[in-house]
Design a protein around this ligand. Structure first.
Ligand SMILES: [Zn+2]
Length: 273
């Protein structure tokens, strides 16, 4: 696992309760709020204000870059702000700047991929450093059995499940996967995952991984690491092939022919009776 970047070009304002933050005044309840501005230029400004003076903090302007627009971290730390489509709340540039967190379990041949948004949720008062919560937005997991699942944790403004077919009032129901394909941001996240998977050396797939054109194809070969050719994607019942050795298409064909003739040979005496 690797650490994720915190600065993704969003300017945040966080209002914290002074009494909730680690401070020297733990024993007393004090009527103060802490206002932290984390600008998109990376400048951090921390103010301690009296509770009744909090409205004045709305007029803060960053001294370094003169930015005066900040997203409310408090709103995004609760559920309310996530109903609107994320693609209209944040710029595409910001969304594409998010670095995925990828964990590969070599022992169980599993992959977990999460795209998160860092949101300031507290502040280290002594160092004047924001502390971040990573809100998951999009998640993919692939298991050694080839099960490929994706979860959306926010509104990506996907189109309707129903697509009109001509003018005849007939509709085609689209699968979740087909809808996801229509979201450009998710497609970029998925292609980042595929690029990572192709470069990975921990998983058991070796020969065909560079030919895979989708995560789904990669998931197939993760469940059949002994199949050495890309064309096995078209094989009708790969689960019937032996798993004790690596196979090319030629090996698989010859196994199938021998297996079938063996089977018919075994059957023939029965047929004669
Ligand atoms: Zn700034």
């Amino acid at each position: 696992m690797h650490s994720l970047p915190k600065h993704i070009g969003i300017a945040w304002k966080l209002v914290s309760d002074f009494n909730q933050i680690n401070s020297l005044f733990k024993a007393q309840e004090l009527p103060y709020k802490i206002i932290t501005h984390v600008c998109s230029c990376r400048a951090v400004h921390v103010q301690i204000v009296q509770q009744d003076a909090i409205r004045y903090s709305d007029y803060y302007v960053c001294e370094q870059c003169l930015n005066g627009t900040f997203y409310s971290a408090n709103d995004f730390l609760s559920h309310g702000a996530w109903y609107a489509p994320i693609t209209s709340t944040f710029s595409t540039e910001v969304l594409l700047n998010l670095s995925p967190q990828i964990t590969v379990d070599a022992e169980h041949q599993q992959i977990h991929f999460t795209v998160c948004m860092p949101i300031p949720c507290s502040v280290d008062l002594v160092r004047e450093k924001p502390i971040y919560y990573y809100k998951p937005l999009f998640e993919v997991s692939i298991s050694a059995k080839g099960i490929y699942e994706h979860k959306l944790h926010t509104n990506f403004n996907l189109p309707s499940h129903y697509k009109a077919l001509g003018n005849d009032h007939f509709y085609e129901k689209l699968s979740h996967e087909e809808l996801i394909k229509q979201c450009d941001v998710i497609q970029v996240y998925t292609s980042k995952l595929l690029t990572y998977l192709k470069a990975d050396n921990v998983l058991s797939i070796k020969k065909v991984k560079t030919q895979c054109t989708s995560v789904k194809e990669f998931a197939f070969f993760l469940s059949y690491p002994h199949l050495e050719e890309y064309e096995f994607l078209q094989w009708e019942s790969p689960e019937l092939l032996p798993r004790d050795k690596n196979l090319t298409i030629m090996d698989a064909l010859s196994y199938t022919i021998n297996y079938r003739s063996e089977k018919s040979l075994k059957k023939s005496p029965v047929c004669l009776l």
